[in-house]
Write a protein that binds this ligand. Sequence first.
Ligand code: CP
Length: 294
Amino acid sequence: MKRDFLTLSDLSSDEHLLLFRRAHELKANRRQRTLEGRSLLLLFEKASTRTRISFEASIGQLGGHAITLPMQESQIARGETLEDTARVASRYVDAIMFRTHGDERLKAFAAAATVPVINGLSDGGHPVQVLADLFTVEEKLGEVAGKTIVFVGDCGSNMARSFCEAAPIFGFSLRLAAPEGYRPPAAELRGARVTANPAEAMQGADVVVTDVWTSMGQEAETKARLQALSAYTVDEAMVAKARPQAIVLHCLPAHRGEEISAGVIDGPHSAVFEEAENRLHVQKALLEHLILRR
Ligand code: CP
């Protein structure tokens, strides 16, 4: 039976720990060709820099190769069904990463595919990014369990929603600092504490996370979002309220002066570029896990 990675809950806590252990090994020794001759399809309905480059590099460094297909260049753009595309692609490649708008599209595609499907970002979550984020926390601060992570800004975003899902799996405390209307559905909170006061949320924080205020597909709301979230910029004064050794994460791309100040993203608390690099190592471990069923 194939395994998909559509949400963080698709792997157990033990599997996540094994994945991190393997990602540390792969980071220490980048020349391991465990996926020689394997192929990975990268299917994009939205723009990407990191996801495209890091997945292409991941499979390439492991000895396999990537086929990148922007949706508008495929027959899907001319009406071929997702399901037929998934069935056909499964006969060519060993795994598929899909970046799409709707979670229903992701699920329908995965149900029709006969090889593992990885969520490369959907409206409901960005699980490969949050894996890289938590791997970065472990690398910088030690065990993730017991840490206090604060997500500031647009907490209705796919990133915040994946952090909510991750908290009980990895055993960290999650606080969300966001105004009304920019929070996850209550059913997805899974114990996360919500406040409109970022200064209060920051007390004792080990990790501060933020993301863009206007995600892909929300461009028409940009003005309203800038206004609603203007008190939630992660700046030097806000980070000073966290623990002295706290790290700051942002999945990128960033808008300096909006959700994060230049002084923070380019400053001593920032682990943003290690976080971006760690997409590579964690995804290599994930591809091995799904394709070789390690
Ligand atoms: N963080 C992230 O997924 O980046 P891209 O949108 O550039 O892939």
